[in-house]
Design a protein around this ligand. Structure first.
Ligand SMILES: [Zn+2]
Length: 227
């Protein structure tokens, strides 16, 4: 009997210590804390971003707190299979995009973090010039994955395709032209691709298949691929 009560006391103490330690962690390392999109990614960021997929309110609050400007969209099915749910039209983040983006809230949150913590610092560090525009083929498109009968995450606005970057000094970095090449452009593309892998559920580039030779595909679907 005494042995059991000592064991229980130890178990209780251990649990209390764990709770105190987790609470003391910065929010980006604490999987239970709400996400702060402006904070540098931490060990809990992937889990926190993933949780936004199922929590509309927390997701839009996270965008608001980061001052992302958007117009919310009513949930709208498109045809039998596609549709936009928990989605928005992106009005303004830190960087302009070459096309209008209609995306899910969770995809927007990951895009914002990628822009802020990966793309923009990499451009300044490698080229000494900020990013002026991100070139995109868009987000929402009711279609299958190229060459398959499976519906793409684009069918839900839960993916973005990025083909390149234009810097303020006029330099253009293009996935098709510069992927795998030596030099600053190639290094920059590697950096933003691997940074995307830390934030999105799925990141695909030219090494995945020929359909991605000219762009990065990044989505917040159920998969888990980085290639
Ligand atoms: Zn895509």
């Amino acid at each position: 009997m005494r042995g059991i009560s000592i064991l229980l006391t130890y178990a209780f103490l251990l649990a209390a210590i764990i709770v105190v330690l987790v609470r003391a962690l910065p929010a980006r390392h604490n999987p239970f804390a709400p996400i702060d999109l402006t904070a540098r990614p931490g060990i809990a960021t992937t889990a926190q971003l993933s949780r936004l997929k199922g929590d509309r309110e927390a997701c839009f609050t996270a965008l608001d707190t980061a001052s992302v400007q958007y117009t919310p969209l009513e949930d709208t099915p498109h045809g039998k299979k596609c549709g936009l749910f928990d989605a928005l039209t992106l009005d303004r983040t830190l960087t302009p995009y070459s096309a209008t983006l209609q995306m899910t809230c969770a995809e927007t949150a990951a895009v914002y973090m990628w822009e802020r913590h990966v793309v923009r610092p990499a451009a300044v560090e490698i080229f000494g010039s900020p990013v002026a525009r991100i070139e995109t083929y868009g987000s929402f498109s009711c279609r299958n994955i190229a060459g398959t009968r499976r519906l793409s995450q684009h069918a839900f606005g839960n993916a973005i395709d990025v083909s390149g970057f234009r810097l303020e000094d006029g330099r253009v970095i293009d996935v098709k032209a510069h992927w795998g090449k030596r030099g600053k452009e190639g290094r920059f593309l590697k950096r933003v691709h691997s940074g995307a892998c830390e934030l999105f559920s799925v990141t695909l580039g030219p090494e995945y298949n020929a359909a991605h030779a000219d762009h990065f595909h990044m989505d917040m679907g159920p998969g888990g691929i980085c290639r």
